[in-house]
Unconditional design. Sequence first.
Length: 228
Amino acid sequence: MSDVLRLEAVSKTYGKGGPAPVEALRPIDLSVARGEVVALVAPSGAGKSTLLHIAGLLDTPDGGKVWLNGRDMTGLPDRARTEARRRELGFVYQFHHLLPEFSAAENIVLPQLADGRAARDAAARAEGLLDRVGLAHRAAHRPAELSGGEQQRVAFCRALANAPALLLADEPTGNLDPGTSDRVFDMLMALVRETGLAALIATHNHDLAARMDRVIRLPGAAGDTPPG
């Protein structure tokens, strides 16, 4: 397996040089390989969201390097980072953030159109993704007509719409009941295995974390050691 994501001594401090700087993320090394599902476990305030933002090219580190598919992303201009996010990264959050005025299929089509794919091809891919998660019959329904678990499955399909190399998920089952959470997580694992992408999933659910390939705990948690 080759590394899709590699962070080398990445750190972040807000208000640096000011009267009360905040160390949001202590220097950390981290890697996620192709076809690997890695759990990111951290208590509140340990820098989980900051790490995901840096890994997702939404923020820049103060120190260290971010490698994506063997390419050093540190210091790239905004346009290049935006293009990399659109083509190589997929994001899923605790809340689905689907566009309410569009159907399930349309929510998956839109990011493909933004990447220049023809409308017919985008619609066919959306239909295929929905079929893989058991929602082909709900393609024309708007988010308000879907259950919480169905909405989150659509959100995963949207994240995979442009065939990213890396999926970043922040508490993707945290807003679901235990039974639905298990079903959505099983679907996520199946999709990752099937597509061979890399996945870094932040969660407070230790049972779900234990089912992933590897668990990384951020330094700062009680009893934690820096990830290897």
